[in-house]
Design a protein around this ligand. Structure first.
Ligand code: PLP
Length: 395
């Protein structure tokens, strides 16, 4: 199995084992819902705890998950190219595990300014009170100069949220290594399928499985994947202490969703590039943000480090954020909403206040809209974008 391609592995992880008596099996593992585990006798219980003492994953209680969860952990490990995986009930919970597993009072963390917005809330709501200090940096800043003796982690997201700024992960990993600091990345954009930070030198990869892994807008899910045993032990310990667990049904839905990732992801990318080409020809568009678009500032890094793209893009319109509201409301096939990675198209009107924190944004007074391009017929999507443009101010 190890020699097979990722697409093949993703289809075969979580195949149900044969019943030893009948020699038959369903195709998929069932969703193993349980609150606790029954042991045949005390000797069986002791065997489980001996395994755990030896550092092996052995099932002893519902919270740590059953076979359905183990299969999903395997999915994330294969996607990200890691050897350890901790599941979490949301992407945000996975981010928490990375921060609280690695950092303690007195520590300092460098966070890239293009990170997912709620990370700043984690900083305000929890990290400050715990005495963990955060410095936000821009991609072009000299990281060496920002690292202090207290710095324990560099936390980045590439491509970044909202503007998809590509970061030079191998260069950042080299700085991190030089200083003995861990590099953690939010890889929700790549989801291990089109971008693999661990192979580029990162130590920890966090994924919101809510997005492309589950892929059907029906599950909240997160995962933290690591390569190193001692790092993984800290992540497991944080997860265990915080009592994170995910429902077997959600694990099962994600296992089902990931089976079609190999066909969904490229189709999202094809559709998104067609939308980029359409926007590129419109007089009301000032700029397109998508690292796989050949005019994007991150295109060279994307070509070097990514193996594909997805359905995400943003556009800066030549009008005020307020003027763009009528355009958003006029769209009929794009749901107005946060999140992404499901099969459907979405649009998000980006609050100019949240953009102020991104140095990649040139503090333009223009509107920014973020799109997730779904799997609808691309001609229908473009027709919808065309008709909504009638609601924009004349340019
Ligand atoms: C959505 C998202 C998250 C959070 O995931 P949830 O499952 O919604 O908590 C984290 N990082 C990025 C980049 C995201 O887009």
């Amino acid at each position: 199995m190890t020699t097979h391609h990722l697409d093949t592995k993703l289809l075969h992880i979580g195949s149900a084992p044969f019943d030893p008596e009948t020699g038959t099996a369903p195709v998929n593992l069932p969703s193993m819902r349980t609150s606790t585990v029954r042991f045949e006798n005390l000797a069986a219980l002791e065997r489980v705890f001996a395994k755990r003492a030896a550092g092996e994953r052995a099932i002893s209680y519902g919270r740590s998950g059953m076979d359905t969860h183990r299969a999903l952990e395997e999915v994330f490990m294969q996607l990200e190219g890691g050897t350890y995986c901790v599941l979490a009930p949301s992407g945000m919970a996975a981010i928490n595990i990375a921060f609280l597993g690695i950092l303690k009072t007195g520590d300092h963390v460098l966070v890239c300014d293009g990170v997912y917005g709620p990370v700043r809330n984690l900083d305000r709501a929890l990290l400050k009170g715990l005495g963990i200090s955060v410095t936000y940096f821009a991609a072009q800043d000299d990281l060496d100069a920002l690292i202090t003796p207290e710095t324990k982690m560099i936390y980045v997201e590439s491509p970044g949220s909202l503007l998809f700024e590509m970061l030079d992960l191998p260069a950042m990993a080299a700085v991190a290594k030089r200083h003995g600091v861990l590099l953690a990345t939010d890889n929700t954009w790549g989801s291990g399928y089109i971008y693999r930070p661990l192979a580029l030198g990162a130590d920890i990869s966090v994924v919101a499985g809510t997005k492309y892994v589950a892929g059907h807008s029906d599950v909240m899910l997160g995962a933290v994947v690591a390569k190193d045993e001692s790092v993984a032990a800290r992540l497991h310990s944080a997860q265990y202490a915080m009592g994170n667990s995910i429902s077997a049904d959600d694990a099962w839905l994600a296992l089902r969703g990931v089976k079609t990732m190999a066909v969904r992801m490229p189709q999202h990318a094809i559709n998104a590039l067609k939308v980029c080409a359409f926007f590129d020809a419109q007089p009301y568009v000032a700029k397109i943000f998508n690292p796989a678009w050949h005019k994007d500032a991150g295109y060279a890094l994307w070509q070097r480090d990514c193996t594909g793209a997805n359905g995400m893009l943003s556009v800066e319109l030549k009008c005020s954020p307020d003027a763009a509201k009528a355009y958003v409301d006029a769209l009929t096939l794009f749901g107005i909403g946060f999140s992404w990675g499901g099969y459907e198209s979405l649009v998000q009107w980006v609050d100019p206040g949240t953009l102020a924190a991104h140095t990649y944004w040139k503090h333009s007074p223009n509107a920014l809209l973020r799109f997730h391009i779904g799997l609808e017929d691309i001609d229908d999507l473009i027709d919808d974008l065309k008709q909504a443009a009638n609601y924009l101010p004349r340019t």
